[in-house]
Design a protein around this ligand. Structure first.
Ligand code: G3P
Length: 217
């Protein structure tokens, strides 16, 4: 399973990238706002650091304007994945970008039916939002499972990029199901290292070590 980092925070991406944990990056207008950076500048900086796909999202709502914006974003670097919303205009733009060989990430996917359309429109990635479905008492992980089944039934090549990931459990569930990619905030990826029994075990080892009076170096 590939790990994308869901942030436009360059320092946070660098920390994970230096550990070899980053297969790509996803951004969106809210994350650009949070970064306080200019979209073109920060996206270029991320693309220079990370060799995998870097999603940059259009903000136009009509296909022809999405295409203009997307082509400008694609000029930032060769590893840009143009991100479009899962609307009819977004699918139209997706098809146009895919036909010209651009990577496209179709975002804001909340149903299996929408995911089928993204695959038909030639998306490289479809981004189902797990957390936001959970927020309204639906089962986000179940959607990933449904899309996996459907894509496998027809050998669709679009990669399932599980997004809106809020906790470690979301990531392990997606891995069990066979999501191709997860995109998660840096804090959630780092939280994967945590376990209460690891902390407890380490505490005991250190206490016992102190009693030996030894030093390794
Ligand atoms: O990848 C999509 C993500 O940024 C949305 O996450 O937590 O705002 O639903 P969230």
């Amino acid at each position: 399973m590939k790990f994308f980092v869901d942030t436009a925070d360059v320092a946070a991406i660098k920390e994970l990238n230096d550990l070899g944990m980053v297969d790509g990056v996803t951004t969106n207008p809210s994350l650009i706002l949070k970064s306080g950076r200019d979209i073109l500048e920060v996206t270029k900086e991320i693309c220079d650091m990370v060799s995998g796909p870097v999603s940059a999202e259009v903000v136009a709502t009509e296909a022809k304007d999405m295409i203009t914006e997307g082509l400008k974003l694609a000029k930032i670097a060769s590893n840009i994945a143009i991100k479009v919303p899962l609307t009819w205009d977004g699918l139209t733009a997706c098809k146009a970008f895919a036909s010209e060989g651009h990577m496209v990430n179709v975002t804001l996917c909340f149903s299996a039916a929408q995911a089928i359309l993204a695959a038909k429109a030639g998306a490289s990635f479809v981004s189902p939002f797990i957390g936001r479905l959970d927020d309204i008492n639906l089962d986000g992980v179940e959607l990933i499972d449904d899309i996996r089944t459907i894509y496998d039934n027809y050998d669709y090549k679009t990669e399932i990029l599980a997004a809106s990931i809020r906790n470690v459990n979301h990531i392990t569930e997606c891995a069990k199901i066979g999501a191709d990619v997860i995109t998660a905030p840096p804090a959630v990826i780092k939280a994967m290292a945590n376990h209460v029994l690891t902390d407890k075990g380490l505490d005991q080892f250190l206490k016992d070590w102190a009693k030996t009076g030894q030093k390794i170096v």
